[in-house]
Write a protein that binds this ligand. Structure first.
Ligand code: G3H
Ligand code: ZN
Length: 276
């Protein structure tokens, strides 16, 4: 069933649990997410990033496929726009029925991030959509490992109070696009941030964090756990194996199907770690 991100994240936050937010980039990956969620019997936030929108040249086709898959699932699934820097794209997503967006102005100076985020929050709230913003840039989006940034709890409290955001992505030691799971999170900082702000905290770059690291982050107060690369890794490894095993293979369904199965299995496994 198609549900709202607010429903999933609020329930998890109130109960001190984690909620998984996994990225999709095409039809097979959203099918894998739905299959994995059903296998694990866990709800899931499905995210489409601005980068995925750029790859397809538009949001609507993939979004409509994702909405159809989520609607047909036996598990509650919501749609979320991930890492949007375009305010126009935020509007397009809400038009298409996304219940939540991440507006990411984290690369901008603090005052500008705050002002732009506050304006987006106002417009989204007027339309009933939930907004996640980021403070203290989580690095690695350009592929360069950058775990150094840290979000200041006092600044976080001020930012949440002044913008009215519904969830806050924070920099606590993770970095995007890691293919090894050895990032060290600052668990004390997570706890301090969770005390400082009333809204759920979001961990980006969670692929680089071990299962135990994810559990510790959630125990310390992290709520929404974003994973993309780890699922891409599972998909691509299975595709590579199929193509290498059968050099005469032509039918795309043979290798895309193998990728989809592998990603569904990793989705289910990760869900049991994150969403208890
Ligand atoms: O917004 C998406 C996540 O932060 C994904 O990061 O690819 O490093 O898991 P990841
Ligand atoms: Zn991210």
């Amino acid at each position: 069933t198609l549900t709202t991100t607010a429903a999933l994240i609020t329930a998890a936050h109130e109960e001190g649990r984690g909620v998984a937010a996994f990225n999709t980039i095409n039809l097979e990956t959203v099918e894998a997410l739905a299959t994995g969620a059903e296998a694990a019997n866990r709800p899931l936030i499905v995210q489409i990033s601005e980068n995925a929108v750029r790859y397809h040249g538009g949001l609507a086709p993939l979004a409509q496929a994702a909405i159809a898959v989520a609607s047909g699932s036996t598990m509650p699934m919501s749609l979320h726009l991930d890492h949007a820097t375009s305010e126009r794209l935020v509007g397009v997503a809400v038009d298409l029925g996304f219940s939540s967006v991440m507006y990411d102005a984290s690369q901008l100076p603090y005052a500008e991030n705050l002002a732009r985020t506050a304006a987006v929050v106002q417009r989204c709230h007027d339309r009933g959509a939930h907004v996640e913003a980021e403070l203290g840039e989580v690095g690695g989006k350009d592929g360069v490992h950058a775990p150094g940034a840290r979000t200041d709890p006092t600044e976080a409290a001020e930012f949440v109070g002044s913008t009215g955001v519904d969830a806050l992505a924070v920099a606590v030691g993770s970095s995007h696009k890691m293919t090894t799971r050895d990032a060290t999170l600052d668990v004390d900082l997570i706890a301090a941030l969770a005390r400082a702000v009333s809204v759920p905290l979001v961990l980006h770059g969670s692929s680089g964090v071990s299962d135990d690291g994810l559990r510790a982050a959630i125990t310390a107060g992290m709520t929404k756990i974003n994973v993309a690369t780890q699922l891409n890794k599972a998909f691509t490894a299975a595709v590579r194996e199929q193509l290498e095993t059968d050099q005469a293979l032509v039918d795309q369904r043979r290798y895309l199907g193998a990728g989809r199965d592998a990603m569904a299995a990793e989705t289910a496994r990760l869900l049991t770690v994150i969403s208890t």
